[in-house]
Design a protein around this ligand. Structure first.
Ligand SMILES: *[C@@H]1O[C@H](CO)[C@@H](O)[C@H](O)[C@H]1NC(C)=O
Ligand SMILES: *[C@@H]1O[C@H](CO)[C@@H](O)[C@H](O)[C@H]1NC(C)=O
Ligand SMILES: *[C@@H]1O[C@H](CO)[C@@H](O)[C@H](O)[C@H]1NC(C)=O
Ligand SMILES: *[C@@H]1O[C@H](CO)[C@@H](O)[C@H](O)[C@H]1NC(C)=O
Length: 490
């Protein structure tokens, strides 16, 4: 352990070396950590350090650090917008899992730098999402990626306890560390299990703002979720239409009629049990539902996925490595474990022995915590009721969190805009002069108190799997910018 690390650890333990000087006063060559102690909670502080382009070739001002919450520590990487940071919104990115590191989204999909082909460095990404937004990537919940808990502290086992740590983190970040962000619009983006994390976190932020009006507000405007897992019932239902029709944009269905007949036969029982789990979310019932759906429906594709087999994230693509399928994911893990990367980020080796792109411990905890089989419909209703805009975007070739299942789910959310949304048909949308997918959206005046209408949109992207910014980087950036800048998909 280097002297610098010891110094940082000591300063965190004693709380004596705290500073609340806004970052404008930082010097350019600052390479030690600065600590910001929360005004609100003695348990919360942020340690932060500026990075140059050596580890991530971002061509932007960047910082890394940890939020320390008692015995839990959340890692973040913050990039200023490439254009007018002080007048840009702030967008948070959360990769799914549960247990997936947000470094995956950052270095494989939409960060300002991407992993290179050798896994020993990064390359600048011209389609990085910090083009006109400040971007922050957070490894959460504690236990994921570079985030950690002190020995003896249990890791979070559900999306709601993860969200409560993140809510305080955001408040501290925008009010004390970068006060210019306090007035900026804030958006939460992410994908996959982000379909759980993001509605839970959004609801937490809205609640926190309402409960403590005298504290700094986190200025949440919207959530944007790519190929999200909102409802396992609907995702399971979508298996048939994804594999047995050409709706994903394939020439021939992936499964033959023998297999499709088996799926169709087994689906009603899977749906019945999944509904029982939703109305009685007892772990034993939900696990039984999960098992029946696996055995009758999901296993026909998923048990044939893995290295050299089928790819759950893209029904047309090969699978190069187990679990994630994409070789780049393994390269990210390799790169972030290099000693000079640990050194530059100041990773405490005592607590983070190795960087892992996916945490088995979190996956296990969330499974036992019965989080996976929860439907996030109530949290999405809560966000819409509060005037928070919601974008669901979908790569059409994904099976894991498939488009047909999520269309079904999005039309089933009971709220003031449901009937109008259901009645609309999808239209094609264009990006860069080409047709790239379909969309439909509604803009609803939720109540007289709301100053603006609430926007709910569903946008699909052709020729893309689960990870839209990886498969269609240019379209994904256009989609993200149109959304956060309030422009139409017409
Ligand atoms: C990365 O690996 C390639 C191929 O082995 C090598 O040519 C290159 O110099 C390496 N780059 C760095 C930064 O080590
Ligand atoms: C249908 O597909 C399955 C799985 O790929 C295969 O085992 C089976 O032989 C196929 N049946 C027909 C009639 O082609
Ligand atoms: C970048 O920062 C590292 C420390 O993290 C330092 O060793 C290196 O000299 C810096 N490079 C430049 C170009 O400033
Ligand atoms: C990450 O976790 C997986 C699964 O437990 C394990 O096989 C792999 O070796 C780990 N990677 C590192 C760098 O420790």
């Amino acid at each position: 352990m280097g002297l610098k690390t010891i110094f940082v650890l000591l300063s965190i333990l004693t709380f004596s070396w705290c500073s609340q000087v806004p970052l404008q006063s930082w010097t350019e060559e600052l390479d030690t950590y600065q600590v910001f102690q929360s005004d609100i909670s003695p348990q919360h502080s942020i340690r932060i350090k500026r990075q140059n382009d050596t580890i991530c070739d971002a061509h932007s001002v960047q910082y890394t650090g940890w939020l320390d919450i008692g015995t839990s520590h959340l890692f973040f990487w913050y990039f200023e917008s490439q254009h007018a940071p002080k007048d840009s919104p702030l967008t948070l990115w959360l990769t799914g899992g549960p247990g997936g590191s947000s470094m995956l989204g950052m270095m494989q999909e939409l960060g300002p730098c991407l992993i290179n082909e050798h896994g020993n460095g990064t390359v600048f990404n011209e389609y990085g999402w910090n083009k006109r937004s400040n971007m922050i990537f957070v490894d959460q919940p504690a236990g994921v990626g570079f985030s950690y808990v002190d020995e003896g502290t249990p890791v979070p086992d559900n999306s709601f306890s993860a969200a409560s740590d993140m809510g305080l983190f955001l408040q501290l970040f925008v009010s004390q560390v970068f006060p210019y962000l306090l007035e900026s619009p804030f958006h939460i983006s992410g994908e996959s299990y982000g379909g759980h994390y993001i509605p839970a976190l959004g609801a937490q932020v809205v609640r926190q703002n309402a409960l403590y009006p005298s504290r700094p507000r986190v200025n949440l405007q919207s959530v944007l979720i790519g190929n999200g897992l909102f409802s396992f019932l609907d995702s399971a239902f979508g298996h048939w239409s994804t594999l047995c029709t050409t709706l994903p944009g394939v020439d021939e269905p992936v499964f033959n009629s023998t297999r499709c007949d088996i799926l169709a036969t087994n689906l009603p029982r899977c749906m019945d049990l999944a509904r029982v789990c939703y109305s009685h979310p007892d772990p034993a019932i939900c696990q039984a539902a999960g098992l029946i759906c696996w055995d009758g429906v999901i296993k026909y594709y998923d048990s044939e996925s893995g290295k050299g087999g089928r790819n759950r994230f893209d029904i047309t693509a090969p699978c190069d490595i187990d679990d994630f399928c994409y070789a780049n994911t393994a390269l990210i893990e390799e790169y972030l474990n290099m000693p000079h990367v640990f050194e530059a980020l100041g990773v405490p080796k005592k607590h983070v022995k190795a960087f892992n792109v996916s945490s088995d411990a979190i996956m296990m905890a969330f499974t036992l915590g019965n989080d996976l089989e929860l439907s996030m419909t109530p949290q999405v209703q809560y966000l819409l009721a509060d005037g928070i805009d919601v974008l669901i975007y979908q790569g059409k070739l994904d099976l894991a969190c498939n488009t047909q299942g999520n269309i079904r789910w999005s039309e089933s959310v009971p709220w003031k805009g449901q009937a109008e949304f259901w009645a609309k048909s999808f239209k094609r949308w264009e990006s860069g002069g080409k047709e790239v997918g379909e969309f439909k959206e509604v803009n609803i005046q939720m109540s007289e108190e709301h100053k603006k209408k609430t926007r709910f949109a569903f946008v699909t992207v052709d020729k893309s799997g689960h990870m839209v910014p990886q498969d269609q980087p240019e379209v994904a950036l256009d989609l993200m910018l149109r959304w956060i800048e309030g422009k139409s998909f017409e």
